[in-house]
Design a protein around this ligand. Structure first.
Ligand code: P6P
Length: 321
């Protein structure tokens, strides 16, 4: 077999070796996420055939119930994370309350995740993704989910698109791995990812501008337009953040009169993406406070989010002050 280079499994083990006191627990935790991601990726690829296989929520040609992809993804994540035994508790966008897995009774970590963010885009074949955030177990209660983002042990996302990419940080930079389905390995395709100091793209749903609580944002966006920026907005956070990480610029979802705390969730959307962006040399804020400094009070709380290159985010903060 041709030399494939570094893959995610070997990368995780080599990272573990850098920490003499490591027990292998985080490695097993990340490997469980990797396995779940491969299964979800295989099913996302089949989503386009739902009409032939049977629309999600209906029965397929074998008369079987076809699960909605976000429900399926949630079940796959719960099964693999629980079976790993590394997580004391799991919090999911799809669950009202956290789950404690019997096998995780001695787990060193808790994990919050969005199993399939942007799932409303599936039927138009737009990129979607899984987002996760891992914290240490401290008290062994639900409060362990309510730690500030800067305390995350690891965070990442898997984007299901023209290729499937796993983007990961364990607090020591950001690395991107692309799935080679022919061998079933995530290969290191984007080592040591760094966001450009500035970009040429702004990403925000301008249709909401009349409802934005911070009306100064309209002047900020106009300034970017005057500086020659272009607009790109996919409406799938993982895709918009991934492009921002690679190309630079800014992505934002402000608070508005409909979503007065913003639409995106702090624990399993804003905080993990903020950790990734800051580890890649960018910045993430709610407009007034760094996302990673916000102390959560509720597992499903929402927050305004602005993240991206330092130039654009520092410029935004000056407008909102
Ligand atoms: P809007 C997808 O539904 C999602 O949760 C994020 O992935 C995305 O960034 C946002 O909502 C898009 O929201 O209101 O612009 O359609």
């Amino acid at each position: 077999m041709a030399y494939l280079g570094m893959d995610l499994n070997r990368f995780i083990l080599e990272e573990e070796r850098k920490h003499p006191d490591a027990t292998g627990s985080l490695s097993m935790a990340l490997t469980a996420i990797e396995t779940a991601a491969k299964i979800i990726a295989a099913h996302v690829r089949m989503a386009g055939l739902a009409d032939i296989l049977g629309q999600a929520g209906k029965t397929n040609i074998q008369g079987e119930e076809v699960q909605k992809l976000d429900e399926f993804s949630n079940e796959v994540m719960i099964k693999h994370l629980s079976d790993s035994g590394q997580f004391f508790a799991l919090a999911s966008e799809e669950l009202d309350e956290p789950l404690c897995s019997p096998k995780g009774v001695n787990g060193k970590y808790v994990i919050a995740f969005d199993p399939l963010d942007g799932s409303s885009n599936i039927d138009v074949n737009v990129n979607i993704g899984t987002i996760f955030s891992i914290h240490r177990r401290v008290k062994g209660t639900e409060e362990d989910f309510l730690q500030e983002g800067y305390k995350q042990v690891a965070a990442g996302y898997i984007i299901y698109g023209s290729s499937t990419m796993f983007v990961l940080t364990t607090g020591n930079g950001v690395n991107g791995f692309t799935l080679d389905p022919s061998v079933g390995l995530f290969l290191l395709s984007h080592p040591n990812m760094k966001i450009p100091e500035k970009g040429k793209i702004y990403s925000i749903n301008e249709a909401n501008s009349k409802k934005w609580i911070d009306s100064e944002l309209t002047d900020y966006i106009q300034t970017l337009k005057d500086e020659g920026y272009t607009s790109r907005y996919i409406g799938s956070m993982v895709a918009d953040v991934h492009r921002t990480l690679i190309k630079g610029g800014m992505f934002g979802y402000p608070a508005d009169k409909k979503n007065r705390s913003g639409k995106l969730r702090l624990l399993y959307e804003a905080a993990p993406m903020a950790f990734i962006i800051e580890q890649a040399g960018g910045k993430a804020t709610d407009g007034r406070t760094d996302i990673l400094q916000i102390k959560p009070t509720d597992i499903h709380q929402r927050t305004p989010v602005f993240l991206g290159s330092k130039k654009e985010i520092n410029q935004l903060i000056e407008f909102i002050k």
